[in-house]
Design a protein. Sequence first.
Length: 338
Amino acid sequence: MRQAKLRRYGEPGYQTPFSAVRLLSLRRFPFRSPAWNGHGGEWLRIATARDALIRKGPLPGLITVGALLDRPGGNSILMFSFRRSAFFLAFAVSACLGSHAPQLQAQASSSQPAQPAAAPQQPQTVGPLTVQARLKARREQRRAAAIHEVYSHLYEVYVGTGYLRFAPGPGIAPEPGYAHTALQRMNEYSWNVGATRYYSERFGVTIDGRGTYGSAYIGPNPITDTAVYKPEISQYTAMIGPTYRFLTEPRYSVSARILAGGAFGNFSGDLGSYTPAELGLYSNGAGLAVSASVPVEYNLSPEIGLRIAPEYLLTTFGSSTQNNLGFTGGIVVRWGKQ
């Protein structure tokens, strides 16, 4: 690179201080000017199409840009231009920042506090609630297993007895000297057998059969007087219908059952030559039977249990409807697996 020399005013090649700047070389040299008020400093000479000086002041970051003007007689004076000073100021600052960018970046990164490393995820401690939840889950698992063991059987058979409050007939028609006597309800006792085929732990189909026996009290009457006043009667029913367990526990269960079928009534068991109609009883014959009950079972083991079933039984003997209440109970045996 060639270095431009200072040209005096009026010499060939001299340009005015406001000419365009072309950087050719950079050379440091000390320079003092009365306009600087003796503060001193180091001037940087930029050899361009014209001569300019950039002063780095004694204060950090202070840069002054001026134009060096040669006067006749060899004395140079320093001329300042606001536009040229702003341009060189921006240029110098950009160069300074560019040269110090790595140091500034390192300083900025070192000044920022180091981010703490992500703490490794600690295993969750087992608190009291978690322990209780685990114990509860285990109890539920054992309970579900016990329920499945009891109610997953395919077949169930029950055998037992029962009780029924039954109205045996409309009563004896009035006769001279005898008032009309309506027959009172009687106590009847029954045997009861049944079997259920389960298609799930809750739903099954039941077949039920029973026989009910009792003594009807007719009292003194104009037909037999007191010869026959407590005739023996009986009824037999065969029904079928669905059973559904709506509450299942390992030790007990509660079900709902509806059965429908036929019934046969024998009301002339020991009447001799008399007819049931003469004594105010229903005539022998068949009728409809409908049962609605709520069986409750208590399990002695998964295969054996005890049952009691409160029941409503509707029958239709003698072209009339009988609304009867009672219950059945007995032992339950289960086998097979679904």
